[in-house]
Design a binder for this molecule. Structure first.
Ligand code: PLP
Length: 467
């Protein structure tokens, strides 16, 4: 039984209870040393509802008992995105070092708002951002912050793109509305969401094969009045198919028209760490802003996206919040940028520190090898698909996403395949669509995924009997 304080003192929640610490750390320890996180998933709503009924009352409960309820009724219903058998959406694969340091960030309540409040956190996060900026070839002036995800990063960057252009247009007396952004037909849904929020229009570039190229851009923009366009977004790699747009083409177009160049590398930015893939990213060094998610292919815990600007001063002038009680954090802001001033946020967790610690502890070679492994697994799966008489590879993978067709299957068949794989805990795989057709999709990101695991999934496509 816990020694959880049961007095009525107001600080009773803030007194460390060793039994609670032990019970939580034991659980965390067990989870961290699992050789393979189980896939899990599929909760029973009624069972969970019954288990939680009356749990939160006016008085205390034994922490071990509450943790027990979490373990018994909730934990297994949460799909482990960090399972090496999670091949759906975009998986996660946080390193042990990053998970452990995330606990430090929590236990020490590390915030990362401003230089005044958190100089050490700002230094560490900036070191991690610098590493990422260097890999992209961004200039010394580059800098940024970590936000909660790629969606928040894309939104924050496009706000800066819009306001920077709007200020210029205003100065030259040009028409200001509606402003627009050039995007490919494969851009992530968060871009359209951001444009809706920002009241900007999308000029959509149809792509021939999913990759926005020079010729796609030339064709889409020919004869178009682009005077209201302020930015172009290139995706490095697309979520659905892992395709890296021709960043060169986007950069040329941005330079030609004087537009902001934003690179959405939320999923695929880390692909630059694979030397064989690096040429795909030619032109990224010219970006005005880049988003790359540590919680995806940079092997850090949720939730974390690196947002890097070529000129952080522009972001600061747009995002800095103005309030008398905040004046003090801006008094010394000349030496270092305040992370809070560089995106749509104010209070923020020092969420980049888990990545920082893991980068330092593991070294960049380990990151390179882990990214290479994801790409190799995709190549392996693609080869198996090509050899399979009932399967067709939709396209050669650029990175670690593989799209395929199971001849004769419709959307329901793919859905039943997903269910079967999940019920048997073989893997978590979901379907997608390509040119309107439902197809199979596998995403590889976890370096502990083995070719045997891939075989198991592909074998089910041969043997499965769907009734
Ligand atoms: C290319 C791309 N952009 C943006 C996002 C959104 O990122 P987040 O889910 O971290 O908000 C994703 C997510 O998968 C993505 O793949």
């Amino acid at each position: 039984m816990s020694t959880f304080p049961d007095s009525n003192s107001p600080e009773r929640m803030h007194i460390a209870d060793q039994a609670t610490i032990d019970v939580i750390l034991k659980y965390v320890n067990e989870r961290l040393v699992l050789p393979e996180a189980p896939v899990d998933g599929l909760g029973n709503r009624e069972e969970m509802k019954a288990a939680l009924e009356g749990l939160i009352g006016s008085g205390p409960k034994d922490p071990a008992e509450v943790l027990g309820i979490y373990e018994k009724y909730l934990a297994d219903t949460i799909l482990s995105a960090d399972s090496p058998r999670f091949f759906a959406f975009i998986p996660a694969a946080p390193t042990k070092a990053s998970l452990l340091f995330d606990m430090v960030v929590s236990a020490a309540s590390l915030q990362g708002c401003s230089w005044l409040e958190a100089a050490g956190a700002v230094m560490a996060e900036n070191q991690a951002l610098r590493i990422m900026a260097d890999i992209a070839g961004m200039p010394e002036s580059a800098g940024g912050t970590f936000v909660s995800g790629g969606s928040a990063g894309n939104l924050s960057a496009l706000v800066v793109a819009r306001d920077t252009a709007r200020n210029k247009k205003r100065a030259s007396g040009e028409s200001l509305y509606p402003l627009a952004v050039v995007v490919s037909d494969q851009a992530h849904s968060s871009i359209q969401n951001a444009l809706n929020i920002l009241d900007m229009q999308a000029v959509v570039v149809p792509t021939v094969d999913g990759r926005m190229t020079h010729s796609d851009l030339d064709k889409a923009l020919a004869g178009l009045d682009v005077s209201n366009v302020v930015a172009i977004v290139a995706t490095a790699g697309t979520t659905n198919a892992g395709i890296v747009d021709s960043i060169d083409a986007a950069a040329d177009t941005a330079t030609k028209y004087g537009w902001w160049l934003h690179i959405d590398g939320a999923y695929g930015g880390a692909g630059m760490l694979d030397p064989t893939k690096k040429p795909l990213y030619k032109g990224i060094e010219l970006a005005d802003s880049i988003v790359m998610d540590p919680h995806k292919w940079w092997f850090a815990p949720f939730d974390s996206a690196a947002l890097i600007y070529r000129n952080p001063q522009l972001a600061k002038s747009v995002h800095t919040q103005d309030a008398s009680y905040l004046d003090v954090i801006h008094a010394d802001a000349e030496t270092e940028f305040n992370p809070s001033d560089l995106a749509y946020h104010l209070t923020r967790r020092a969420r980049g520190m888990a990545l920082w610690f893991s980068l330092a502890v593991n070294g960049l070679d380990a990151y390179r090898d882990a990214v290479v492994k994801g790409n190799q697994l995709a190549q392996y799966a693609a080869k198996r698909i090509i050899r399979h008489p009932d399967l067709e590879l939709i396209r050669e993978p650029d990175l670690s996403v593989v799209l395929f067709r199971r001849n004769g299957w419709n959307a329901e068949d793919y859905e039943r395949w997903t269910q079967m794989l999940l019920e048997k805990q073989i893997a978590f795989v979901t379907s997608s669509a390509w040119n309107g057709e439902t197809i199979g999709r596998l995403v590889f990101l976890h370096p502990a995924t083995t070719t045997e695991m891939v075989d198991q999934v592909i074998d089910t496509l041969e043997t499965i009997v769907l009734d």
